[in-house]
Design a protein around this ligand. Structure first.
Ligand code: NAD
Length: 486
C-alpha cells in the first residue's frame, strides 16, 4: 500500500497481475494537493501485444463468448455486487485520482457503475435473432454475434462510469476487451480488474494496460487482432483514432467533445432554470463532455439570469474534494488548469467580460479554478466555438426561437443540449430542431443506463447506454437453410 492507502497498480493481462516489460512505473498525482497517491506500471507496446493476444485467445476458445447470455448475466450481476461491496474504496480512489468531490463519487460515480452492470447483465439475457422472409424452399434467420476483441479507451474525467459503460455492454454481448484508461486517472481501472476477477470473469476476457495514451492507444487501435474500438475522449484524438480504425475497416464508437447549448426561454421557471444552469457547468469542475457551457438566454431574462448567476456561483462550495460538503473540486492537472486559465484570458482579449470567477483559488497547492461567468462574447469567439472543459459558462442573449436554435446549432459539436421553458409545445418543437444527441428539458444531466447517450457532428458517433449500446457491440449474421420440398 502507498502512503494514502492505494495499492500500486500493475497490468492485468491474461488473468495475471504483471509488471510492464520495461519495468517502468509512474506516479499518480492527487490534483487536490499535487501529492503522489501511488504508482502504476507504465506499459509498453509489447505489453499491449500480450494483452491483445490474451483477449484474442479468450475470445476464440469461447470461454466467454461461448457462455449463454444467462450465464454471462449471472457473472455481470456479481460484478455489480462486488462494486457495491467495494463502493467506498472506489469512491475514495476516484476522488483522490480525479479530484472529484466525495459527495459525488459516492452518490453518482459508483452507483452509476453498479447500474450499468445491472442493466447490461439483464440485457445479456435478451440477445436474440429474428426469423426472416426467406426465398422459396428455404428458412432464414439472423444471429447477433459479438465483435471479438474490443479496445476500450477512456478519458480522465469519469474513469469509472465511462469504463463501466463500455465494459458492461461489451461483456454482455460476449466480447473480450483490452482497456486502456487515461494516463492521469488509472486507479479505478485497476480496482475494476480486481472486481471482475473476483466476480468470476475468466482470465483473458478483460485486460488492463496503463500507460501513455498516444503510444499505447495508437498501437491498440492499429493492432490487426483488435476487431472494434470503443473510444471516449477529445475530438482531436477521436479523429486520429477514427482514421486509424478506418484503415482496418474496424467498427468504432466515438464519444467525443461537446460544448452544449442551454437555452433559457423567458417563460422558464427561474428557480428550476438557475439550478439546471449551475449544475450544467460546475459539475465535475466543468470537465464534463455534456457541460452546458453555452448559456443562451431570451433577452428579457438575460440581465436577471446574469445577476443571479454572478452572485450564486461564488456560493457553490469549492474546496477539498474529501470534504463532504464540497461541490466543486480541483481540475485534474496543472497542465489542464493552465489550459482553462489561458482560455479565459483569450476570451477577455476577444471582448468577454468576466462577471464572476476568472481566477485560481490557492489551496494546498491543488489545481483549483473558480466558477466563471463570461458575457459579451461574439458568437465566433473561441470560448463559444470550442470546448473549454473547465467551470466556465458563456452567456449570450437571443430574441426569437429561431435565433436560439441557430445559435445552439452554430458550433461543430452536438452532444448535450438543454431547453428551459414551461411550454411543452415549444419544448418538443425546439428539441426536434437541435443538432444534438441528447436534449434535456427543465433540468440538466438527467441520465439513466436505459437512455441512449451520445453525440452527432464532431461529438462522435454511436450510442452508449440503452439497448443501442448492446447493438453496437454485436453484428448481424444471416443464415439461410435450404428446405427442399422433398
Ligand atoms: P484525450 O482525447 O486526451 O484522451 C482520451 C484517451 O485517449 C486517453 O485514454 C488517452 O490516453 C488516449 N489517447 C491519447 N492519444 C491517443 C492516440 N493517439 N490514440 C489512441 N488513444 C489515445 O481526452 P481526455 O483529455 O482524457 O478527456 C477529455 C475529453 O474527453 C473531452 O474532450 C471530453 O469532452 C471528452 N469526453 C467525451 C465524453 C462523451 O461521452 N462524449 C465523455 C467524457 C469525456
Amino acid at each position: 500500500m502507498g502512503a494514502t492507502g492505494f495499492a500500486p497498480g500493475r497490468l492485468y493481462i491474461d488473468g495475471a497481475w504483471t509488471e510492464s516489460s520495461s519495468g517502468e512505473r509512474r506516479g499518480v498525482v492527487n490534483p487536490a494537493d499535487a501529492s503522489t497517491i501511488t504508482d502504476v506500471s507504465w506499459a509498453t507496446t509489447a505489453d499491449v501485444d500480450r494483452a491483445v493476444a490474451a483477449a484474442k485467445a479468450a475470445f476464440e476458445d469461447g470461454r466467454w463468448s461461448g457462455l449463454s447470455g444467462r450465464e454471462r448475466s449471472r457473472i455481470l450481476f456479481r460484478v455489480a455486487e462486488r462494486i457495491r461491496d467495494r463502493a467506498e474504496e472506489l469512491a475514495q480512489a476516484e476522488t483522490a485520482d480525479v479530484g472529484k468531490p466525495i459527495l459525488f463519487t459516492r452518490m453518482i460515480d459508483v452507483p452509476t457503475a453498479i447500474e450499468q452492470f445491472e442493466y447490461f447483465a439483464a440485457l445479456a439475457q435478451t440477445i436474440e435473432g429474428a426469423a426472416r422472409l426467406a426465398p422459396a424452399n428455404a428458412f432464414s434467420y439472423t444471429r447477433r454475434e459479438p465483435l471479438g476483441v474490443v479496445a476500450a479507451i477512456t478519458p480522465f474525467n469519469f474513469p469509472l462510469i465511462l469504463s463501466s459503460s463500455k465494459l458492461a455492454p461489451a461483456l454482455a454481448a460476449g466480447n473480450t476487451i483490452v482497456h486502456k484508461p487515461a494516463e492521469d486517472t488509472p486507479l479505478s481501472a485497476v480496482i475494476m480488474a480486481q472486481i471482475l476477477e473476483e466476480a468470476g470473469v475468466p482470465a483473458g476476457v478483460v485486460n488492463v494496460v496503463t500507460g501513455a495514451g498516444a503510444e499505447l492507444g495508437n498501437h491498440l487501435v492499429a493492432h490487426p487482432d483488435v476487431n472494434a474500438i470503443a473510444f471516449t475522449g477529445s475530438t482531436t484524438v477521436g479523429q486520429k483514432v477514427a482514421m486509424k480504425a478506418a484503415e482496418g475497416f474496424k467498427p468504432i464508437m466515438t464519444e467525443l467533445g461537446g460544448n452544449g447549448p442551454n437555452i433559457v426561454f423567458a417563460d422558464a421557471d427561474i428557480d428550476v432554470a438557475v439550478g439546471a444552469i449551475i449544475n450544467s457547468f460546475v459539475y465535475n469542475t466543468g470537465q464534463f463532455c455534456m457541460a452546458g457551457a453555452r448559456l443562451l438566454v431570451e433577452r428579457p431574462l438575460h440581465d436577471t439570469i446574469v445577476g443571479i448567476l454572478s452572485g450564486a456561483v461564488g456560493n457553490v462550495p469549492l474546496g477539498r474534494p474529501t470534504d463532504p460538503g464540497t461541490v466543486i473540486g480541483p481540475l485534474v492537472s496543472e497542465r489542464h488548469l493552465e489550459r482553462v486559465e489561458a482560455f479565459v484570458e483569450r476570451a477577455k482579449a476577444q471582448g468577454g467580460q468576466v462577471v464572476a470567477g476568472g481566477e485560481r483559488l490557492e489551496l494546498d497547492g491543488g489545481y483549483y479554478f473558480k466558477p466563471t461567468v463570461i458575457t459579451g462574447l461574439p458568437n465566433d469567439a473561441e470560448a463559444i466555438q470550442e470546448e473549454v472543459f473547465g467551470p466556465v459558462v458563456t452567456v449570450q442573449a437571443f430574441d426569437s426561437e429561431e435565433e436560439a436554435i441557430a445559435l445552439a446549432n452554430s458550433t461543430r459539436y452536438g452532444l448535450a443540449s438543454g431547453i428551459q421553458t414551461q411550454s411543452i409545445a415549444r419544448a418538443h418543437r425546439v428539441a426536434a430542431k437541435l443538432e444534438a444527441g441528447i436534449v434535456w428539458v427543465n433540468g440538466w444531466a438527467m441520465l439513466d443506463p436505459s437512455v441512449p447517450f451520445g453525440g452527432v457532428k464532431h461529438s462522435g458517433m454511436g450510442r452508449e447506454s440503452g439497448p443501442d449500446a448492446l447493438l453496437n457491440y454485436t453484428r448481424t449474421k444471416s443464415v439461410t437453410i435450404s428446405t427442399p420440398a422433398s
